[in-house]
Design a binder for this molecule. Structure first.
Ligand SMILES: C[S@@+](CC[C@H](N)C(=O)[O-])C[C@H]1O[C@@H](n2cnc3c(N)ncnc32)[C@H](O)[C@@H]1O
Length: 280
């Protein structure tokens, strides 16, 4: 009897607090008014069931990382790989000013179509391009293998390149190619910031922040995956593999900022590990 009353009370309290949040949302705007059309309906989101605050973390975290770590200026040119529908870039809308510009690249046609229609139409210095590449974990528009894909930009045309959770879904040959292409499109001395999952920090099942982060299937030396039958679902690279790929691409690793996914660091920054590169 008592547990039933308690659970009834708990669910009433939860309902009331949800209603209170709903009322607040109706009375006060939850994002900047001009962001309204720039946030797509949930079926296009990376995580359709994510709370809005989780969605909104990304633009602000990446704005700070790009300015503090990559020295992004208001007139810089910046390329985002795996931009999806344009989420992390929302924090750059009132930062970059022409000739400052942003380019986003992704393999998902509907998301890129949305970004062009809603974002580029209002902010012409923010462009989006569909890459003719597919990824078994995401779908995509087919065509070229990511391991051979050439970014559709001129040599040395960007000051900064970044990607949030892309190298966590690329097989080694594709990751190596994307690092080489990054070097090609970066100007001399330009910086890149990519999130990775550094395998060295993985201590086995049950040690990470969630079941999702499991790397018990070795793909090859220094590379392990969450699912043997769908490697691109989630991939972790050993530090030595990342260092080798960077060196072969002509990129120097400036810093590795550990993330909290692995539960191994006392002062982690992002959920994933962030690796800062400079073109050498
Ligand atoms: C976890 S989501 C992250 C999306 C985005 N960075 C964000 O945080 O909002 C991974 C993204 O990588 C993209 N992707 C996967 N393989 C790709 C490839 N070979 N080239 C470019 N994008 C790719 C997917 O389409 C998807 O948008």
């Amino acid at each position: 009897m008592l547990p039933a009353i308690v659970s009834d009370l708990v669910s009433r309290t939860a309902l009331l607090s949800r209603l209170r949040v709903l009322l607040q949302l109706l009375r006060h705007p939850v994002t900047y008014p001009h962001w309204g059309p720039l946030i797509p309906s949930r079926h296009l989101w990376v995580g359709p069931r994510d709370p809005l605050v989780h969605f909104l973390r990304w633009p602000w975290e990446y704005r700070a990382y790009l300015i503090l770590l990559c020295e992004l200026r208001r007139d810089s040119s910046v390329l985002e790989l795996a931009c999806n529908h344009g989420r992390t870039m929302l924090g750059l809308l009132d930062y970059l000013c022409p000739p400052g510009r942003y380019e986003g690249l992704d393999i998902l046609p509907r998301q890129i179509e949305f970004a062009r229609r809603e974002i580029t139409a209002r902010f012409p210095n923010f462009g989006f391009t569909l890459a003719n590449v597919s990824n078994p974990a995401y779908g995509g528009s087919g065509g070229t293998d990511a391991a051979n894909y050439r970014f559709p930009y001129a040599d040395g045309s960007f000051d900064v390149v970044y990607a949030a959770s892309l190298f966590t879904h690329l097989l080694p040959a594709a990751a190596a190619n994307y690092l080489r292409e990054t070097r090609r499109v970066l100007r001399q001395g330009g910086r890149a910031l990519f999130s990775f999952l550094v395998l060295d920090d993985y201590r086995g099942p049950g040690t990470t922040i969630g079941e999702w982060y499991r790397f018990d299937h070795e793909l090859e030396d220094g590379v392990a995956v969450q699912r043997a039958d769908l490697a691109e679902r989630l991939i972790a690279f050993g530090r030595h593999r990342i260092e080798d790929m960077a060196q072969n691409a002509g990129l120097r690793i400036l810093r590795i900022l550990p993330g909290y996914w692995s539960n191994t660091h006392r002062a982690p920054v992002n959920e994933q590990d962030l690796i800062l590169f400079e073109s050498s």
